[in-house]
Design a protein around this ligand. Sequence first.
Ligand code: HEC
Ligand code: HEC
Length: 291
Amino acid sequence: MLRTLIVLLGLGLVVLITGLWVTRAVSIPSERFAGIEGDAVRGERVFTASGCASCHAAPDSDDKTLLGGGKTFKTAFGTFAAPNISPDPEAGIGGWTLAEFASAVMEGTSPEGSHYYPVFPYSSYVRMSDADVADLWAHMQTLPGSDRANTPHEVGFPFNVRESLGGWKLLFLKREWVTEAMTPEVERGRYLVEALGHCGECHTPRNALGGLDRAEWLAGAPNPTGSGRIPSLGPDALDWIASDIAYYLETGFTPDFDTAGGEMVSVIENTSKLPPEDRAAIAAYLKALGE
Ligand code: HEC
Ligand code: HEC
């Protein structure tokens, strides 16, 4: 009951905010990428660290590089389906320009200029570097095409009106880092956690409008897909030493030789493929949260 009330209040606020500022979706001009040539080999590391395949790989295929989409996500705002982002020019995004792709990933804006839903974690990817976006795009061109047609989302009013997301973006789409980084290693870890790995999307609690609560950064959150909580990665909760964290991200084993479960399994599928220095950087970042 209270939850319904909060959601209704939230809903009203979104509509109000939208009414006050009908924000136009931001598209990145093609000139910004004019001199940048993407490198497909480097882009594979960006692709892995960003977990694109965890959502966009076709659920009925073992090939994690076949990005035909179709996986669904139940949220408080409706059920969303991941679209086809394979290089197929008709069913996928093969016909897009690099600037259109960058606008989608970093600004949550479609080539037609409408807003994407934040289940697509662009509010983390907004912090990606232009060079990494170009490399990622180059890598994605090398993946197989899929002709799978997109599954429509099931979203009720007012969220089925994409304009209503303008207010959300105004409040929650922020490029600034959440934390300070005092060393180059922690800075790399911050980039992997706050931008590419979008760890906060699961490990940080959300407010009634579905925005991440930065004051409770990585402090644990209710599991959106069911029962139980996603654990806190904060210094009071995660007392593992840095090498234990890196080992967990490589193998899925905790220091007590439990194995990672739930949605963390697909995250570790990705972090296990990163170079060891990236896992060490993530661990260094998490340890620095306490300082
Ligand atoms: C947590 C799941 C999730 C992750 C991770 C994710 N996406 Fe998505 N993505 C979605 C969903 C859901 C949509 C649909 C959003 C909408 O329709 O508003 C989407 C939409 C898109 C679109 C728009 C496609 C179209 O046809 O308009 C592109 C492009 C895209 N994602 C690329 C990526 C890339 C590249 C990555 C990795 C850097 C990525 N996504 C990671 C869930 C995800
Ligand atoms: C899609 C949701 C999701 C994302 C994204 C995610 N996690 Fe997790 N994480 C979980 C869940 C769920 C668990 C609990 C796993 C279990 O029950 O075994 C977990 C557990 C963990 C643990 C173990 C904590 C403990 O006390 O057992 C660590 C460390 C961790 N995650 C780090 C990360 C890092 C680093 C990232 C970003 C690279 C990340 N997670 C991204 C869902 C996620």
